[in-house]
Every structure is written in C-alpha cells, then in structure tokens.
Design a protein around this ligand. Sequence first.
Ligand code: NAG
Ligand code: NAG
Ligand code: NAG
Length: 535
Amino acid sequence: MCGILGCVLANQSCNVAPELFEGAMFLQHRGQDAAGIVTCGQRGRLYQCKGNGMARDVFTQARMNNLVGNMGITHLRYPTAGSSAGSEAQPFYVNSPYGISMSHNGNLVNSADLRKYLDETVHRHINTDSDSELLLNIFAAELDKFNKSRVNNTDVFSALRETMTQIRGAYAVVAMIAGYGLIGFRDPNGIRPLLFGERENADGTIDYLIASESVVLKAQGYNKFRDIAPGEAVIIRKEYTAGQEPEFKQVVEPKIFTPDIFEYVYFARPDSVMDGVSVYRSRIEMGNKLATKIRKYFPNNDVLGEIDVVIPVPDTARTSALQCAVSLNVPYREGFVKNRYIGRTFIMPNQAERRSSVRRKLNAMESEFKGRNVLLVDDSIVRGTTSKEIVIMAREAGAKKVFFASCAPPIRYNHIYGIDLADTKALVGFNRTEKEIAETIGADEVFYQDLGDLEECCRGGPAEKFEVGVFTGEYVTGIEDNYIQELEKIRAQNQRIKDANKGLSVDSCIDASDMVDVKAEVDISIYNTGDYVAN
Ligand SMILES: *[C@@H]1O[C@H](CO)[C@@H](O)[C@H](O)[C@H]1NC(C)=O
Ligand SMILES: *[C@@H]1O[C@H](CO)[C@@H](O)[C@H](O)[C@H]1NC(C)=O
Ligand SMILES: *[C@@H]1O[C@H](CO)[C@@H](O)[C@H](O)[C@H]1NC(C)=O
C-alpha cells in the first residue's frame, strides 16, 4: 500500500512542492519506506527528489528549494514484494515519449505477461522488479503509438484505455506529462482509493489536488472533492485557461465496484472518508458487531461473569475496542502504553537482542491486568507472533484469563493488492482452525469478526462488494496460476538482502505508524540540482 498525491496550482509562478510536502504529512501512515516528489516547472523541466525513509527526513529545506514548478506528484512507499530496493523509490520516470513520471498505489497481477510484452514487442528496458515500472512503460508505449510530437486529451484518454485493457490488478495512479498536465486514474474495480478536489483562491482561480485519502483534501482546503470512479480518469492541464478545466472520462467500463476492505480494518486514517464511508464509523461498527458475537458465545450471554475488562492493542484497534466495551457494558482500560520514541535497534556484535520488538513498543500496566479476565481487542491477526507476545505480556502482568478478539476475520491468504502481509504459510490463520489459532497465540479463546458482519460495517457507499481475498482466497481480478509463488520468491529474495544487512533494517512493527527509519541521509538521489536558473 502506498500514498499518492498530485497537484496543479493555478498560479504559474507558485511552487507546488510545499503543498505536496504538507500533503505527505497526512499520508505518511500509508508508507514510511521511501518518499519522492517530482515537480514540473517552466519549459516542461522536471525536478526530482527521492529517498528512503520518512517524508520529513527525505525532504529537507535545501532539497525542497530545488523542486520548482506549479505542478507535481508525490509517492510514499509501503514495502511490497518487488520494491524494497533503494533504487525503486517512486515516482518513476521515462523520458520517451514526452517525459512521463508516475506514482502508483497497488499491485498488478499479470506482471509476467507485461514484462514479456515490453521486452519482446515494444523493446522497453525494465530496470527493477516493481510492477509500477511496468505500468508506466505500458502507458508510455501506448502514447508513443500516436507518433505525434504533441498529444492532446483525446490521445491521452485513449492511451489510458489501451493501458487499462492490458494491465490487471489494483491501481490508483497519478502521472504527469512534462509541460502538459496531471493525470489521475483508478482501476475498473476501484480496489485502491483515489480522490479529486478543488480549492478556490481569493482571485477566483482554482487549484486541483488528487490524493489517496480525503483527509489530505480537507486539511488543505480542497473542500469540494469526490472519489474518482472505478475505471475513470481525469486530466488537469498544467497551464489551463478557460475551457481547459479538468476533463473527466470513463475510459473503460467499470467492473464490479470492490474497494479493499483492509483500508477500513487497518490501513486508512480514521478521519478519512473512503468511497462514501467514514473509516472511523466503520471501526465503531466493527466494535459493535464484535460485541454481539462475543455475547452470544457465553452461556446465558453472561459476559460480565467472564470478562472483567476490555483492553485495546494500540493504536488502530482503539476505536473498535472502546465501542465493543460500551456495547458489552464492560469497563474499558488502556492496559498497554505505547512507547512513542523508539528508533532503530542497535545490536552489538556477539550480543543477542534482549527484548522483542513488541516489548520495545508496548508496556503492560499491572494495575489493569492483575487478577482480571481480560478481553484484548486488535484490528487483525496476521502472523500471530505479535499477538502471542502480547498475550504473554498480559499474563505476566497478572491477567487470569486472556481472550483475544480480532476486528477482522481470520487472515488465511496472501494480500496481493499492495499490502504485503506475509507468505501464506507464515500466516497464523493458514490451515488452522480458530481453536488452533487460540492455542498458537496462547489465548484462552479467540473471537473473530464474521466476514458478513465486517462487510456490513463498511457499507453505505456506492461499493457493491469488497475485495476480501485475504479472508477467502478469491481475488476479484483473478490471478495467474503461478502468481503467488512468484510473489513468495521475490519476497524470499528481499528477505535475504535484508538479512545480509541485519542490524540496519527496520524490525517488524505493531502498526505502520511507528516504523522509524532515518536512512534518508545516506541513501538519497536528487537530480537536476543546480540546473535551475531562476527567471
Ligand atoms: C512517425 O512520424 C514521422 C514524422 O511525422 C514519420 O516520418 C514516421 O514515418 C512515422 N512513423 C511511423 C511508425 O508511423
Ligand atoms: C486530438 O488530435 C486528434 C488528431 O490527432 C483529433 O482528431 C482530436 O479531435 C484532437 N482532440 C482534441 C480534444 O483536440
Ligand atoms: C494442514 O494441516 C493438517 C493437519 O494439521 C496437515 O495434515 C496438512 O498437511 C496441512 N496442510 C498444508 C497445506 O499445510
């Protein structure tokens, strides 16, 4: 999963980079692995800054000063199977035709075919394992077919149609054609989110912003906004005049509208509204439904005789846990306190790591656990290693019985659309019953949300269904026969690279928001610096 942004300011002499940086601050939770901005200035010149790490570390003041122009795009990368190498920070760029740069959120599932086509038929060099580079090159190859020195909107839309017919998977994209304009588009199932918004300036001119989550648009004053529809695209000209306002087009027929339900469970910020549904409200509903299920489990619905206190696993699950406690009429307590200031782990030679990453991040308060039967609530259970450690911590703090509730159903399959959870076999839900899962994580009982209930929690918008492949193994776009194996191969390869750099890599974390990495200073690439002459 990643965060993407694109912006065009009406004022040609105004630099868009500060706005993109501000926006990145609101999307940082979607990816802390790498960050990049590309802007487009006068005469179509592109300026780029990309690096590993958080946006605040990559985009220093000096680097920002070099990013000139009133149009630009941003990418915040979440590590996915093919993308952890430093060279693969986005936006990606191709010089032919016209100079195109692109930020992609999602994952393509027919990458093997695309790679072959690009190599054998259109002779384009692909330098990384990233499917985003494939997407960019497919689009570039389609635009190239017009064989024109300048394209127009009609050409761009039809190139997009051809591109979207060839690629399969999940994608929300912002792209830029140098000197021409900004493009945004979304896959025909609307799996990944994308919104478009406008902000009116004092002089009546209008700025445009495209972003992954509504929270960015709201925060920056783009109060008139909407979701881009599945299969829809928009073009915003860099130097637009009357009659050149953004043009929207349904470039391919929408397929069944199925946003990824994981955005609501875990990924999105609670203050975002995705495809018409408030993420916060959906999480409250998850707490309610979970409470109903738990109440039914105990004989005579006697919850109070069994559970003394509800304790959330911070942070995402807080909203649901509180509502679950209210609904069960059981006290809610913050039994775990999160350490907000953890950095890297430094392991000296000949010294084993003494504390697990969970214990570095969370601390259990004995006063809240001692002698009590506790219900721990988390957003989901992935590998189960974190849950297991948390259950042990609860028992060490004096808990009698430990029940563990998950706002999501058992995760039994790979996530293939951009949230790289783990290999199937590494999932605690893989080939285990709920009873076996409870045993594995050491809980007295686990309570999982039912899938139907979870879907119910996220309804209310235009989505017909949801992408729920991690729970069912049925993926909305279908997948190639050997796709999962390919994914696991690439993941294993990346793991070897990581292991080789052991001590430098970020350890696994409880939620994405506490991953801290300050690699940016040593691994940064900036092009075009010193190239710009102010005019
Ligand atoms: C592309 O356009 C140029 C000039 O307009 C022309 O000479 C060339 O033959 C065209 N190429 C193709 C493949 O159509
Ligand atoms: C774009 O150019 C083509 C010719 O190459 C033309 O047929 C089409 O009408 C043009 N579209 C616009 C919006 O100008
Ligand atoms: C699933 O578990 C059963 C018994 O626990 C085992 O016999 C079987 O081989 C497992 N299947 C896979 C695919 O690992």
